[in-house]
Ligand binder design. Structure first.
Ligand code: AMP
Length: 144
């Protein structure tokens, strides 16, 4: 299990949040500029929802909604699952796998500190998986 604490993955991250009243069009622009696939929706300091590229596709585009007239409140997922910053990244991957999404906001002392995504697993953890697969191949060769 990837053991790096979630905190380590988000430490240099700019926290991207939006109010639920923001239009989908403005949120998409912010996501494009920040080069991320999801935005955390807040009410003051409180996390109230998440809006991802999947929502833009399924709940806006495919539903024939106008992104300029649709607000995040209309199409976000409310009360998203989060992970505490000191927990291992592997636990976030576990939640993503079990619940079928690719983003998990990270919280510390009740405050939002960032967001991990399934893409983060393409870093050192992917190297670890590659090394394990190579080792397995090597063992298979030795055993003939
Ligand atoms: P994703 O795969 O992350 O683009 O998200 C797929 C669906 O799950 C979308 O409807 C998201 O709004 C929702 N979703 C994404 N992350 C979370 C989360 N941490 N908790 C609950 N729902 C989420």
């Amino acid at each position: 299990m990837p053991n790096r604490p979630a905190r380590q993955l988000v430490k240099n991250q700019r926290i991207l949040t939006a109010a639920a009243t923001l239009s989908v069009s403005e949120a998409a622009t912010a996501m494009r500029d920040a080069k991320v696939g999801a935005i955390m929706v807040v009410n003051g300091p409180r996390l109230v929802g998440i809006f991802t590229e999947r929502d833009a596709l399924y709940r806006v585009l495919a539903a024939g909604k106008d992104p300029r007239r649709t607000t995040l409140a209309d199409v976000m997922t409310v009360n998203p699952a989060t992970i505490e910053a000191d927990l291992p990244f592997g636990q976030a991957l576990h939640i993503m796998y079990e619940r079928g999404f690719r983003h998990v906001p990270v919280v510390e002392d009740g405050q939002l500190v960032g967001m991990v995504s399934a893409r983060d697993a393409l870093g050192p953890e992917m190297e670890q998986v590659k090394a394990e697969l190579l080792e397995r191949e090597h063992i298979t060769e030795i055993l003939g």
